[in-house]
Ligand binder design. Sequence first.
Ligand code: ZN
Length: 401
Amino acid sequence: MDQTHFLNARLADGSLRDLTVAGGRFSAIALAANATMPPSGAIDLAGQLVLPAFVEGHIHLDTSFYDDVWRPHIPCTNGFDVRERVAFQMRNLEQAAPMAERARNQLELCVGNGSLAMRSHVMVDAAVGLKHVEAILAVREKYRHLVDIQLVAFPQSGILSSPGTAELLDEALKLGCDLIGGLDPASFDRDVKGHLDVVFGLAEKRGAGIDIHLHDRGTLGLFEIEEIAARTATMGMQGKVVVSHAYGLGDISADALAKAGERIAGAGVAIMTNAPGDHPFPPVAALRKAGVTVFAGSDNIRDSWWPYGDGDMLNRANMIGYRSGFYEDCELEAAYDVVSHAGAKALGLEGYGIAVGAKADFVALKAEHVPEAVVAVPKDRTVYRAGREVARGGKVGPKTR
Ligand SMILES: [Zn+2]
């Protein structure tokens, strides 16, 4: 079997190692030998920090306009309104470049920055039917060699308030989506039980995971999270359920949060946050302390929801650390964990990490250690998939497309 040798890799623990890759996985990791005659074709990483590829845990491949024409943000007419934003999105999408092209642009942006596993939500509703799902399933197939993609059938227009959506979600899972999504059961469909009956029912029927968008704030949001946690525990779905955003956890008392954290951790529900700019968001340190898996995603990148987003999960770790008031090295390491190992755990990724037997999907970058990488966000990176270089300086190589 062909072997590739990487010399002088600085690991997260500070040690210098030589890495051997065979069959796309790490077959040996040894103290850097500084041999006078290195194996032929060996790649000298010259002390660069080597980290497992980042995990983009929440993205929307179907709705971004990244690398398409600039679409100025349209504000809601009377405060934030999901229905109005969906209407803006439909109008924008009608004039946009083909979905496969836009999805590829976004995907390459993420890979270029070092993410080689991602979870994308894909819109399903009565108006678009399964069109988005079919397009993104084809994109996933085409880029399978480059990135691992999980797809969530996402009811962007609600379930109960958009007749026919439950059947479409079922069909989306049959076509190949890995997870069933949800959207604000209380504020959008105004029926928490009815909404969750469909979501958990379809998850059970198709053996799928669950990832629910939950923007509801305060005690309403907390109530929904508790309902989701209770159902997860009852159905034995620990480790397969995610609440994305969970803003409600960001504006409750410390006592209420401690109790909620215990319940969420006990039920094995993970929380995804992108540390959005104008919202209270889940307190990362307190939830991690309670044993909750907290991971991250870019969410929207230059789409009809907001103009921000750069597909760089190391930058996302920086934002999470900044907004969380993380200053100590151990806190900066926690911010990095959110975009790497915790993401791998939440997505159930096999063979993640820098270890013998793990997949050789990694990033080499210029930083002394993880805390420096989180604060400096060095853009000079090389990305390796199964031990082969696929991107450098933010760009996917032409041969790997
Ligand atoms: Zn989202």
